[in-house]
Write a protein that binds this ligand. Structure first.
Ligand SMILES: Cc1cc2nc3c(=O)[nH]c(=O)nc-3n(C[C@H](O)[C@H](O)[C@H](O)COP(=O)(O)OP(=O)(O)OC[C@H]3O[C@@H](n4cnc5c(N)ncnc54)[C@H](O)[C@@H]3O)c2cc1C
Length: 456
């Protein structure tokens, strides 16, 4: 399948601004925006997608390394992620099982007892999460009480002090944020949105179960190829959305699109980099300031072979202190070379980011060498992606609500602002902040717009 060439599509560096008309201007060519565009096209409406970067895919990203690519962003798919699986089927992108045979390295204070304590706390969280309606967490009977507390505060009273290291590790692995940054209601809504704690945290039977052949980025590349160069502009950051009586005017660098509606499919925290005329309602504008993403540095280390497999290890590491707390075997299917992927998350990522590059690399490789042997400390390739440094993302995995966020701003997440509709993984009631959520949000926003524009 041919991919649109960046050179064909870039508009930002052109001296003159071109003008376009479309039925719908879509801002952002991540999975949400591209799926919205696919569905609009199917409904007989012409979309034009405006993307700030020189590439599609947003938080999914194949980065080149000698001899291939590695996945720098979202990559796993798991059970119940049905819309994402359907998209992969439709586009002919196969999946394969994450390598998970053998032992996971575990290094946590308190060992098995700490995990046992954590399991009791997680079971209690699941019981509470069952009371949270996934599409309206703010309507839970105890929403006000749960949204007034940090997850950290609740954990401190959960009666399992020895499990605090394990619980912090799991929290940063799922949210890329510290327990003190999250509202208790946010954690419960997240569990409900995914279905269970196991679905969020496990490899087999959970969100890390499978990977995409060629990387998840391939989904966006194929969606973009189908959409065609005429309907997609790269290097076109949207600066202003103006609403008038007859439609919207969406101004990006190098191109202005006049359309009947707009779908904005960018992470909420960078949503306020787009000027709106007339200004957005106060609540919506404040929502953009109240949904910060967490911090992650994702490191790929390349080896000639996945040598840890010969020692009965599956490449997984769970560790209750930084800089690296979680690793996976991220080798290509067949294992013709070895890749370990290591995550620094939350405050560990923030501390790591402040080190000079050499010290950062040494700190990461020290952990890998300690747990997977000397060879692991000498990779043939090494690639870091710090998502907080990405100007068109500024953190990951997705936006989180701190105390008060869900009850004050949750009802506004999917509410259109005049002719502007909102998509993106953060707006999904199901698998919020995951690729599944992004796909669902694109489908939902396109359906809203198609219903509005095709009404007799
Ligand atoms: C390191 C990492 C690991 C992850 N792991 C997983 C995983 O294993 N499984 C999973 O399901 N999910 C995972 N996720 C989350 C998943 O990648 C995201 O939820 C999903 O890709 C978000 O898609 P989206 O379309 O909503 O947003 P994005 O992908 O962020 O797309 C938004 C797009 O809008 C563009 N944009 C922003 N501002 C503007 C502007 N002003 N004008 C024009 N364009 C603009 C951006 O460049 C971007 O392309 C991970 C994410 C990261 C970063």
């Amino acid at each position: 399948m041919s991919t649109p060439e960046v050179g064909d599509l870039r508009t930002g560096e052109r001296a003159e601004t071109t003008e376009e008309t479309a039925d719908v201007a879509v801002v952002g060519a991540g999975l949400a925006g591209l799926v919205a565009a696919r569905d609009l096209d199917r409904a007989g409406l012409r979309p034009v997608v405006l993307e700030a970067r020189d590439r599609v895919g947003g938080r999914t990203w194949n980065r080149p390394v000698p001899g291939g690519t590695v996945e720098a962003g979202g990559q796993f798919i798991g059970p119940t992620q049905e819309r994402l699986a359907a998209l992969a089927d439709e586009l002919g992108v196969a999946t394969f099982a994450t390598y998970h045979e053998g032992r996971t390295r575990v290094d946590v204070t308190g060992g098995g007892l700490a995990f046992k304590g954590a399991r009791r706390v997680l079971a209690e969280l699941e019981r509470m999460a069952a009371e949270v309606p996934p599409d309206a967490p703010w309507t839970a009977d105890r929403a006000a009480e749960w949204d007034a507390r940090t997850f950290h505060g609740w954990l401190a009273g959960a009666g399992e002090p020895d499990a605090s290291g394990v619980l912090r590790m799991l929290t940063t692995a799922v949210f890329a944020a510290e327990p003190a940054e999250l509202s208790l209601l946010h954690v419960l809504a997240y569990i409900r949105s995914a279905g269970s704690v196991d679905l969020l945290t496990e490899v087999a039977g959970g969100a890390q179960e499978r990977r995409f052949a060629g990387g998840s980025h391939e989904l966006s590349v194929r969606l973009a190829a189908r959409l065609g160069a005429r309907n997609l502009r790269l290097g076109a950051p949207v600066r202003r959305v103006r609403q008038g009586p007859d439609g919207v005017e969406v101004a990006a660098d190098g191109v202005t699109v006049r359309a009947r509606r707009a779908i904005v499919a960018v992470p909420p925290a960078i949503g306020d980099r787009i000027e709106h005329d007339p200004p957005l309602p106060g609540g919506r504008a404040q929502l953009h300031q109240r949904m910060p993403p967490g911090s992650t540095i994702k490191v790929s280390c390349l080896y000639e072979t996945p040598f840890w497999r010969d020692e009965g290890l599956n490449g997984g590491l769970l560790r209750d202190r930084g800089p690296i707390t979680v690793t996976f075997d991220n080798s290509p299917p067949g294992g013709d070379r070895g890749v370990l992927v290591a995550f620094a998350q939350g405050d560990d990522a923030r501390r790591l980011a402040r080190l000079p590059a050499g010290a950062r690399r040494a700190a990461v490789l020290d952990v890998l060498g300690h747990h997977f042997g000397e060879r692991a400390a000498r990779p043939s390739g090494y690639l870091e992606t710090d998502w907080t440094e990405e100007p068109w993302t500024r953190g990951c995995f997705g936006g989180n609500f701190g105390p008060g966020g869900w009850t004050r701003y949750g009802p506004l997440l999917r509410e259109p602002s005049g002719l502007v509709h909102w998509a993106g993984a953060e707006t999904s009631a199901v698998w919020m902040n995951y690729m599944e959520g992004a796909v669902r949000s694109g489908e939902r926003a396109a359906a809203e717009v198609a219903a509005a524009l095709t009404r007799p």
